[in-house]
Design a protein. Structure first.
Lengths: 181, 427
């Protein structure tokens, strides 16, 4: 059982690294694009017309992939209540419920997004040099992020379930990726 | 039926479901139970809720703040602040506040200020003989200045939700931010004067020493000046200024050889995670806000408030008390996302300027980050300063009264917020 957990964690860690590399590229791309926009506008009076639209789309991708990374870092904002003070097995039971709710939410999103994607694909981008379906910048990143978060949550749910049966170990539900700063 | 939505949300939050999941989960559960609005209608808003160029400023300013922290700028600012105010009774307590004011011109998230510059401040204060608990307390309190003085992540979110100008809000925060700093310095002076804190005095620096630290800190001091000049002249949008500040921090860091590629990568990673957590809440809250709007809650709340009183002063008092209570138990961004679309239309009807209310709300919610039981800054400082929660809270207590008084002053004296944007932009 331990070996399975570590294998899944290792796979998710690799996925997280890819997500992080994509997000880093997006962030650097945004900064460079805006720098070019300001220089071209101030220096040549010839601004990039699609900068604002591209920036907004980049934010959507970075946010949704970042949300998936945030889950791997266990950094999503949580109000700490009484759960930590519960006996170990009861705490694990509550965690199973918590992760179950999160999984259900993402499952509903995935189901609905498949329908929304079809509708969004009918309209295209406005100012970008090439016309792309708008779904590429709204429902697709959210769908991808939801699926990636589902993978992470399945692991957490599995680990919390182990806790109910007294198989708790020190790094149970620990962040998949290390702490930043 | 709307109470059902709120009860489900409260239960999920109590079960420690992260806010970013509790908001859409409660909205979806409500939709399935009430069987009215199709879920697709609200799910569709999650992604499109982020279609805003202005929101892009949030990760960019977070990135800039992280870079300034990584580039050793915090230590230079701290040294400069020591030279300026270290000799005043209360010494490094004042230094802590002044350094936070300067750093607030580069960073827009209180938690980042507390964890970044805060680490330098706490280390130096302990080295000079201050207790770890007081050092942590004053750092937590001073870090709320960060989001009041521009740039400010929380103000950008408010601006998008309330449909007000970001430059207007940024300028409106300057005077209150500086006044709050003076107010906090007054408390530190009083604590030192009455012997309530041990505050070893730092000797007054010679003009030569001041000149030396000034030149070392000058590139960092230039960043907020550059930012405010950019806003005033309209040279660039707030989002573009965020990117330019980040580029400036990178150039400065490499020029001073204090920023390495490792630190740059750490800054990028932290920015991505913070953006993924913070901005995702904005997207995740849209179904919740949509239900509130579709159920006509703003109108119902307006009727309720107006049935109590039609006096704007009374309404502001009620709103402030409600926000303070919610701030004690809820996340700042979540409150903004739920409360702004509901409150702002009501307050505009009563003749309250949305920019003025923005400043009131920002200060109110920031006080909430310092108040128990869920004051996020207190938790951050327990980690940064390695102190216990209760002694830290005890040391923070003397600052609550002036902060509440300051909130009342800002609430009932709109000119403090509105004078600068009116003067500059002729609003």
């Amino acid at each position: 059982m331990l070996q399975v957990r570590y294998t899944i964690r290792s796979v998710l860690y690799r996925i997280g690294q890819v997500e992080m590399a994509i997000c880093a590229a997006i962030l650097i791309g945004i900064v460079l694009m805006i720098l070019a926009q300001v220089l071209l506008n101030a220096g040549l009076g010839d601004p990039i017309t699609w900068e604002q639209e591209a920036g907004a789309y980049a934010l959507v991708w970075m946010t949704f992939l970042g949300a998936s990374i945030g889950l791997k870092y266990v950094r999503h904002v949580t109000i700490i209540s009484f759960i930590g003070k519960l006996p170990s097995k009861l705490r694990s039971l509550v965690r199973v419920f918590t992760f179950g709710i999160m999984l259900w939410t993402l499952y509903v999103l995935v189901c609905e997004l498949q329908l929304i994607m079809v509708i969004e694909a009918r309209s295209t981008t406005v100012a970008l040099p090439i016309d792309l379906p708008r779904s590429y910048f709204f429902s697709v990143p959210l769908l991808l992020s939801s699926l990636l978060m589902i993978l992470t949550l399945i692991l957490f749910l599995f680990e919390a379930t182990l806790g109910i049966f007294g198989d708790e170990c020190p790094d149970l539900l620990a962040p998949i990726m290390g702490q930043t700063q | 039926m709307i109470w059902l939505l709120l009860i489900i949300l409260a239960l999920l939050v109590l079960m420690e479901v992260p806010i970013a999941f509790a908001l859409p989960a409660s909205a979806l559960m409500y939709l399935f139970i009430s069987d009215g609005i199709p879920p697709m209608l609200v799910v569709q808003r999650i992604a499109s809720g982020l279609e805003s160029y202005v929101l892009l400023a949030i990760p960019l300013f977070i990135f800039a703040g992280n870079l300034f922290n990584s580039a050793g700028i915090a230590a230079r600012i701290f040294d400069f602040a020591v030279a300026c105010v270290g000799h005043i009774r209360g010494s490094l307590g004042h230094v802590n506040i002044v350094a936070s004011v300067i750093f607030s011109g580069m960073s827009g998230v209180a938690q980042a200020d507390a964890a970044g510059l805060g680490a330098v401040e706490v280390r130096e204060m302990k080295r000079h003989g201050f207790t770890a608990e007081f050092s942590a307390a004053i750092t937590a309190v001073s870090s709320i200045i960060g989001p009041i003085i521009p740039p400010s992540g929380i103000m950008i979110i408010y601006a998008v939700l309330a449909d007000v100008s970001v430059p207007d809000l940024f300028l409106a925060g300057i005077i209150p931010g500086l006044l709050m700093s003076l107010c906090l310095m007054g408390v530190v002076y009083w604590l030192a004067y009455t012997g309530r804190i041990i505050a070893p005095v730092v000797s007054r620096k010679s003009p030569k020493e001041i000149s030396f630290v000034f030149w070392r800190a000058l590139p960092a001091l230039a960043a907020p000046v550059f930012l405010i000049a950019g806003i005033l002249t309209g040279f660039a949008t707030p989002t573009q200024l965020g990117a330019l500040t980040a580029v400036y921090a990178i150039i400065l860091g490499f020029a001073t050889k204090e920023l390495t590629f490792t630190f740059l990568w750490v800054s990028i990673k932290d920015t991505v995670v913070t953006c993924g957590v913070l901005v995702f809440i904005i997207a995740a809250a849209t179904p919740f806000s949509a239900i509130l709007a579709l159920e006509g809650i703003p109108q119902k709340l307006a009727e309720l408030l107006l049935s109590i009183s039609d006096n704007p002063l009374v309404i502001l008092l009620i709103v402030n008390i409600a926000l303070l209570i919610f701030g004690m138990v809820m996340d700042t961004t979540a409150i903004l996302l739920v409360a702004v679309p509901v409150l702002v239309p009501v307050l505009i009807t009563l003749g309250i300027d949305p920019v003025h209310f923005g400043i009131v709300m920002v200060i109110n919610l920031l006080i909430g980050t310092l108040t128990p039981p869920f004051g996020i800054l207190l938790f951050v400082m327990t980690e940064v300063a390695k102190v216990e929660y209760k002694p830290l809270l005890k040391q923070t207590l003397p600052f609550y009264i002036p902060l509440f008084v300051f909130l009342i002053v800002i609430t009932y004296w709109p000119a403090l917020s509105l004078t600068l944007p009116e003067y500059v932009f002729g609003r």
